[in-house]
Design a protein around this ligand. Sequence first.
Ligand code: SAM
Length: 314
Amino acid sequence: MKTEQYLHHHHNNRRISLTKNALIKTSKPAAYFILLLLTYTIGYLSPPSSSSTTITSLPSQPQQPILRISINTTELDPFRVTTRCADPIPPEIVRRTLIDRLFNGTSPFENFPPAHAAEKLRQTKRVKGWGSNGAVFENLIRKVRPRTIVEVGTFLGASAIHMAELTRRIGLNTQIICVDDFRGWAGFIDRFNNIPMVNGDVLLFYQFLQNVVTFNQSESVLPVPFSSGSTLILLCEWGVFADLVEIDAGHDFLSAWSDINRGYRILRPGGVIFGHDYFTAADNKGVRRAVDLFARIHNLKVRVDGQHWVIYSS
Ligand SMILES: C[S@@+](CC[C@H](N)C(=O)[O-])C[C@H]1O[C@@H](n2cnc3c(N)ncnc32)[C@H](O)[C@@H]1O
């Protein structure tokens, strides 16, 4: 009887362990599969952080491959801009192209000034600027004889108007493209409280237009009232190149660095990029460091003309 009971018990145990084994056998791959699925979902198995380059596409944009570049270096080399600008458009169509594409075909000077601003604007020949009449402008304009000048940082237009007067006097047919968001900078009204304001909106752009009109230069000066970053990228994409690029917008390192890098890309071969505040108090904010770093990376020479730095492209 005992033997019978033992055999029965033993038989049952074997059945249980066989079922257990079968269960383990089938559930193991399933568990691995679920684990694999989970790791993909939460991203553990996405490409590791290294300097590798992967091309993936988003489900919503199947046609557009997205370049994912992970950087694991502190070298500057991977930060070079490698995309190409469009082929240069002829200088004689630069103004028309910008008016068409930026202002729907209507020049900002048309029907200026608007009624709501007219009586607030000052008509003066004394336009405030910084080093805006420096010898560097005449030196470079005589040397390069530019057809297109891009000024990054214009404010009330002192340096732009000075360049327009110089090119007219020398007999050049030059367009001066003024890239400025015409916002000034936070707190600038502490020093410029005579620029009118409407509902918290400082009328810097209108006062700039007024100054250009007062000097009768509205045919040779054209503002581009947007941020320097977006504008310089667009000029490059539209093939708008300059013989002279002047950098005088944000004076902190990062602003100067990006403006110089983007400005250099729209320089014609043989052109010159230059800018203010290499030596003045503002250079401590970063202009000089940005200029020197840029020159070192590109193996270019920095020259000095008064308060300005000057870099020849070739
Ligand atoms: C020092 S002022 C330019 C002075 C002018 N070149 C002159 O000599 O009269 C700097 C100008 O840069 C503009 N600015 C600063 N950061 C900018 C940015 N990221 N995009 C566009 N304009 C900017 C400001 O609005 C300001 O008018």
